[in-house]
Structures are given as structure tokens and as C-alpha cells.
Design a protein around this ligand. Structure first.
Ligand code: SF4
Length: 106
């Protein structure tokens, strides 16, 4: 679920030294979410079902990432998930594990 609460943070987006000021407002979230390629895709592609096994997860995440790769709002989507510490799902081409690794970088 997309939060529409305004948030301002600085988030590391790539290798050391790459930072971005990231400001979300309800208007901004609506502006990129309207163009989301996943709008018509069933949620099961982006979020794990209960008791999902690793091979199924890998396949599901590959499919979701392929959709994200063609999405025009991939970057704001990924940043949104990082800023809001989304725990579940593929966002902006980043899986849960991808986001954990990025956020854990010193
Ligand atoms: S980047 Fe992926 S998860 Fe984000 S809006 Fe686009 S298709 Fe959906």
C-alpha cells in the first residue's frame, strides 16, 4: 500500500558517495504511481504468497524484475521503497534482499 504521508530523507542510492535528496508528497507519489507498469498486473507477481518456496520466489522475482525493467517510473519506485523501508515485494526492480543489501551498505 502506497503511503501518502509527506516524507523527506536523504538516501544512498548507489555506490559510496552517491546520495539523493528524496522528498515525497502525496502529489509526487500520485504523479509516478499513475504511470506504473504493474498497475494491471496481479499482485502475486510482486509479492510472495504464504509459504513460497525458494525456486518459486526466484522465478516470481525474475518476472517482476523484468516488468520493472520496462517501467518508466522504476527509479522513483525503487527510491520510494528504500525510503519507506518497504519490507515486502519487488519495487523498482529491487527485491526484498536487494533492498536489505543496499540499506546495509556502510
Ligand atoms: S518499477 Fe516495478 S514495482 Fe515499480 S511501479 Fe514500475 S512495474 Fe511497478
Amino acid at each position: 500500500m502506497i503511503s501518502t504521508d509527506p516524507v523527506t530523507v536523504v538516501v544512498r542510492t548507489g555506490r559510496a558517495g552517491q546520495y539523493a535528496d528524496w522528498r515525497t508528497t502525496p502529489e509526487h507519489v500520485r504523479s509516478w504511481h499513475r504511470r506504473a507498469l504493474c498497475g494491471g498486473v496481479v499482485g502475486e507477481v510482486f509479492f510472495a504468497a504464504d509459504e513460497e518456496r525458494p525456486p518459486m520466489r526466484q522465478h516470481r522475482e525474475r518476472v517482476a524484475k523484468a516488468i520493472c525493467a520496462a517501467c518508466p517510473v522504476r527509479q522513483p519506485c525503487a527510491l520510494y521503497a528504500l525510503v519507506h523501508r518497504e519490507l515486502h515485494g519487488v519495487w523498482g526492480g529491487l527485491s526484498e534482499a536487494d533492498r536489505r543489501r543496499r540499506l546495509a551498505r556502510p
